[in-house]
Design a protein around this ligand. Structure first.
Ligand code: IPM
Ligand code: MG
Length: 350
């Protein structure tokens, strides 16, 4: 089990240290190798996804990532920005299926800005296509025409790209409540008309799963109005980027949410859904639980070790039940802990 560890920027190294401690405590034989991605890689090599990292990531069975980015990199040319490193590794490894669960832990119900009855028991899985769409479509750029600048990008999907992500969504739904909501903008965009047509075709192979369709603007509204109507939501890269941030905030605790980005053979990159939080970097305050839970997802999807995944997830629930809280999920009456204390508590619970 070869794991490429990419701590990244900001709070990345701190939260990754805790996830690595948890993995090492499992008594499974991992081979962990560290490399640079994002701003730290630009600082060291000039590239956000350097050659050495590419080789290590390609050779590994799984990649565990902390977070990338920081304000000091915002003014760099586009190809040197940390985000480019992230997009680069997704594309390079063919990680087309991004799974973003939004789960509300009962102990953290008050963290949501929505009424408890709207979000209690929330358990949504967003399946976002990750290597296509307007993120990668050509042509793209900014050109001059008639004395003014024109910016343009291309929203594009082939039917094979749509089919394979729909299959991931249907398979995931079979392990859950057997409902898939496919999100598009077919009333305006041809590209997403094709998306809907292909979704209907693929659904014929999954008669046991209920398929519905929703326009993306309505989906954004329904997520806030009645989020519990959803089980699995599947959508393209850009809509998925937006809706997954919205869904994560329904729980009020983005510091708790892991994610997985998978290729066709369950090789995966696993990372917390939150960013690099430069404002609290190096202070030992960050919540490591999303990274620890990402390691659990890695055990489940890439290493097919459901028992070990559940062991970690159970330990995390136990720690919450004990009242341990980092600042982001703190409520009065609870025990405020730092990053490494939270790691200690998870290790103890394991
Ligand atoms: C995400 C992020 C990235 C994306 C950025 C950092 C490029 O927002 O993983 O959702 O847009 O995919
Ligand atoms: Mg995003």
């Amino acid at each position: 089990m070869k794991i490429c560890v990419l701590p990244g920027d900001g709070i990345g190294p701190e939260i990754m240290a805790e996830a690595v401690r948890v993995l090492n405590a499992l008594d499974l034989s991992f081979e962990l190798e560290e490399a640079l991605l994002g701003g730290c890689a630009v600082d060291a090599t000039g590239s956000p996804y350097p050659e050495a990292t590419q080789q290590l990531a390609r050779a590994a069975d799984a990649v565990l990532l902390g977070a990338v980015g920081g304000p000091q990199y915002d003014t760099l040319p586009r190809e040197q920005r940390p985000e480019r490193g992230l997009l680069g590794i997704r594309k390079d490894l063919g990680l087309f299926a991004n799974l973003r669960p939004a789960i509300l832990y009962p102990e953290l119900a008050n963290a949501s800005t929505l009424k408890p009855e709207v979000v209690a028991g929330l358990d949504i899985l967003i399946v976002r296509e990750l290597t296509g769409d307007i993120y990668f479509g050509q042509p793209r750029g900014i050109r001059e025409e008639n004395g003014e600048r024109i910016g343009f990008n291309t929203m594009i999907y082939s039917e094979s790209e749509i089919r394979r992500i729909l299959r991931v969504a249907f398979e995931a739904a079979r392990k859950r409540s057997r409902k898939v909501c496919s999100v598009d903008k077919m009333n305006v965009l041809e590209c997403t008309q094709l998306w809907r047509d292909v979704a209907i075709e693929v659904s014929k192979d999954y008669p046991d799963v209920d398929l519905s369709h929703m326009l993306v603007d309505n989906a954004a509204m329904q997520l806030v109005k009645n989020p519990k109507q959803f089980d699995v939501m599947v959508t393209g890269n850009m809509f998925g980027d937006i809706l997954s941030d919205e869904a994560s905030m329904l729980t009020g605790s983005i510091g708790m949410l892991p994610s997985a980005s998978l290729d066709a053979n369950n090789k995966g990159l696993y990372e917390p859904s939150h960013g690099s939080a430069p404002d609290i970097a190096g202070k030992g305050m960050a919540n490591p639980l999303a990274t620890i839970l990402s390691a659990a997802m890695m055990l489940r999807y890439t290493f097919a070790n459901e028992a070990a995944a559940i062991r970690i997830e159970t330990a995390v629930k136990k720690v919450l039940a004990q009242g341990c809280r980092t600042g982001d999920i703190f409520e009065s009456g609870m025990k405020k802990v730092g990053t490494s204390e939270m790691g200690d508590a998870v290790l103890a619970a394991l």
